[in-house]
Each structure stands twice: as structure tokens, then as C-alpha cells.
Design a protein around this ligand. Structure first.
Ligand code: ADP
Ligand code: MG
Length: 346
């Protein structure tokens, strides 16, 4: 081997596969990206079909605004997005996506078929990409207004990644969790989930309080709803609403904690800390609270471009967000204190 390194540009396929390493870990992460796209397209009904945990097949159909015929190949290109134009748009971005990487990444590690029809189009069109070796071919297809993305044989061309996939059951559990998280975020959207031809969720859109509560019960169980306090507190442009589980409904794991910032699901240290502090006086013995909480604030006060998976956020004024969360939850939980406190797991 020579000592002189030769610098060359990565092929688009390889560049996309490397980028896929960051966001496409398993079928559940594919589902997350595709569901976000469907929601960004304004869909109010999304159908998710999976086979073999989503590894063999994941098909997501929405009734959103669709993609125009001549734009279809571009949608699969890396750094191609309709959601932002300039850097300033990132401040206060309200769509779930904006990086223009998901379809390029997913199509580089699977066999992807994208079918779409816009409201004014006379028919639907379809592009297929198999590991992105070829120029995508655009063909006519049958489809109502909206988009279907079909992803087959995930990681078929990247055996090293495929090896990290777990059992069908485990992969589907992760996938179902992603759908559940989205369904908790968007009551106005109907979600249907099927696995190996079995219906798992059939959630109608929920507009009034009663049907929202019914959806929560469907997703988290009746017991949670029976033992949860509703919360809705607003202060200085911050609003926190949702349901906080009573200490009597504590868990042995942190597996029922749903927190959304402006509709985006996040796992945030600052949020976690504020919640733990608030529960500290009512929950002991290594138990974890259950909750579904929605924080709403001015999009300009929170930065979502922290990590490619967008699980983390950065608050412009973290301290006041922390204080607000703590005091809102503390006040709500004070209703059950003292006396109701759970001392140790049963
Ligand atoms: P991003 O969501 O970051 O823009 P993606 O790679 O996920 O990047 O998608 C690229 C583009 O393809 C989007 O900006 C959007 O214009 C279009 N697109 C993808 N999925 C859909 C969909 N389900 N409905 C309508 N347009 C879509
Ligand atoms: Mg996207």
C-alpha cells in the first residue's frame, strides 16, 4: 500500500448509507421518519402496515398533499426538502422534518417505492429506488390523493447493519411504540396500524375531550386514565397540559412517560429533571411516574436542530421552562399529598 492517501468524493450511495447510520437504526426509525413526513404533508389519516416486525415490509399511506410528478425523483435526493429555504427558517421551524435526508437515507439501505398524487393531478406517479444504484424511474400508478411509501427488505444491502436487528417481536414492539407516540401527539389524525395482517390500532380522529381521553385509554390502558389527573396550566407564554399519573399508578420502569414540546416527542434532561423533582415528595422507592404531557411555547424559544433524530431540544431560557414545569406539576400533585404517597413497590 502506498503512503499517499488519495482523496476522492464518496459516491452518493455511500454518502447516503453513511448518513443512514445516524437516523435509520431499525424499522421503528424508518416509521418515525415516514410518519413525520405524512404529518408534515397535512394528512389526517395514516395507515401503517408492517410485516415481520417491519423488516420485510413497512408501508405507510397518508392522505396528505402529495408530491408533484416532476418532483418525485428529487424527493429521494439527499439534502432535498420543501420545508426550509434558508437558515433563518430554522428559527421557529414548525414542521417535524427539515433536513431533507430521510428518504435519501432510507432508500440507500432498502428497496423503496414512493407513490404519490397531488390534489390537482390527473393521476398518481411512482418512483422506485433499490439501494439507489439506478436513476429512479417515474411511472404512472393508481393512488388517491396522498402518498404511500413502501420500504421492503430493510438493510438487504448492508448485512453489517442487518445483524443488529433483533427478533421480529422486539422490532415490532419498537415500531408500535413509535406509532403510539405519534398517535398521542396528534389526536386530530386517524391512525391505523396492522402487523402481519392483524389490526393493532384503529384510532379515529379525536376532537372533543371525551374522545381524546378515550384514545389515551386505548393506548395506555383504562387503568392509567382512571388514575391520572388532568392538567392545564398557562403562564408567561408557556402552557402545560395533559395527564399526570397518580403515585398509585407508578411503574417499575420509565416506560410510560410521554413528553411533547410543540407536538414533537422529546427526551430531554431538563424536562426529566423538572418532572423528577415534582414527583420527589410523592413517589419513593425507585418507582417511576407515568404521564402524557404537552408543553407549548413560542417556536422561536426552542431549538430543535440539536441532533439528527431530533429527540433533543434546546430551550432558549431553560431555567424558566424548568421552573414552570416543576411548579405546574408540583401544584397538581399537591392535591394528592400527603397521605396518598406510595412508599415502596408492591
Ligand atoms: P424532510 O422531511 O426533512 O424535508 P425527507 O427526505 O423526509 O426530508 O423528504 C423529502 C421531501 O419529500 C419533503 O421535504 C417533502 O417535500 C417530500 N415528502 C416526503 N414524504 C412526503 C409525504 N408523505 N407527503 C408529501 N410530501 C412528502
Ligand atoms: Mg422527513
Amino acid at each position: 500500500m502506498s503512503n499517499t492517501a488519495v482523496i476522492h468524493l464518496l459516491s452518493p450511495l455511500l454518502a447516503n448509507q453513511i448518513a443512514a447510520g445516524e437516523v435509520v437504526e431499525r424499522p421503528a426509525s424508518v416509521a418515525k421518519e415516514l410518519l413525520e413526513n405524512a404529518l408534515d404533508a397535512g394528512a389526517n389519516r395514516i395507515d401503517i402496515e408492517a410485516e415481520e416486525g417491519g423488516v420485510k415490509l413497512l408501508r405507510i399511506r397518508d392522505n396528505g398533499r402529495g408530491i408533484a410528478h416532476q418532483q418525485l425523483p428529487l424527493a429521494l435526493e439527499r439534502h432535498a426538502t420543501s420545508k426550509i429555504v434558508e437558515l433563518a427558517d430554522l428559527e421557529g421551524v414548525s414542521t417535524l422534518g427539515f433536513r431533507g435526508e430521510a428518504l435519501a437515507s432510507i432508500s440507500s439501505v432498502s428497496r423503496l417505492c414512493l407513490t404519490s398524487r397531488t390534489a390537482d393531478a390527473e393521476q398518481a406517479w411512482q418512483v422506485e429506488a433499490q439501494g439507489r444504484q439506478m436513476e429512479p424511474l417515474v411511472q404512472p400508478a393508481a393512488h388517491p390523493q396522498g402518498t404511500t411509501v413502501q420500504v421492503s427488505d430493510l438493510f438487504y444491502n448492508t448485512p453489517a447493519r442487518r445483524k443488529f436487528l433483533r427478533t421480529e417481536r422486539t422490532e415490532f414492539d419498537h415500531l408500535q411504540e413509535v406509532v403510539k407516540r405519534m398517535a398521542l401527539a396528534r389526536f386530530d389524525v386517524a391512525f391505523h396500524l396492522r402487523h402481519n395482517n392483524r389490526s393493532i390500532y384503529a384510532l379515529h380522529s379525536a376532537t372533543d375531550e371525551q374522545s381524546k381521553a378515550r384514545r389515551i385509554a386505548q393506548l395506555l390502558g383504562d387503568e392509567f386514565m382512571e388514575q391520572a389527573l388532568p392538567i392545564d396550566i398557562e403562564r408567561n407564554g408557556l402552557r402545560l397540559w395533559g395527564w399526570v399519573g397518580l403515585p398509585t399508578f407508578s411503574r417499575s420502569q420509565a416506560d410510560m412517560q410521554y413528553f411533547y414540546v410543540n407536538g414533537r416527542t422529546v427526551r430531554d434532561k431538563l424536562v426529566g429533571h423538572a418532572v423528577r423533582q415534582a414527583y420527589r415528595d410523592v413517589l419513593y422507592g425507585g418507582r417511576f411516574p407515568a404521564f402524557v404531557l404537552y408543553l407549548e411555547l413560542d417556536p422561536n424559544k426552542v431549538d430543535v436542530n440539536v441532533h439528527p433524530t431530533k429527540h433533543e431540544v434546546r430551550f432558549r431560557d431553560g431555567r424558566s421552562v424548568h421552573d414552570f414545569l416543576y411548579s405546574a406539576l408540583n401544584r397538581t400533585l399537591a392535591e394528592v399529598r400527603p397521605g396518598d404517597a406510595v412508599s415502596a413497590p408492591a
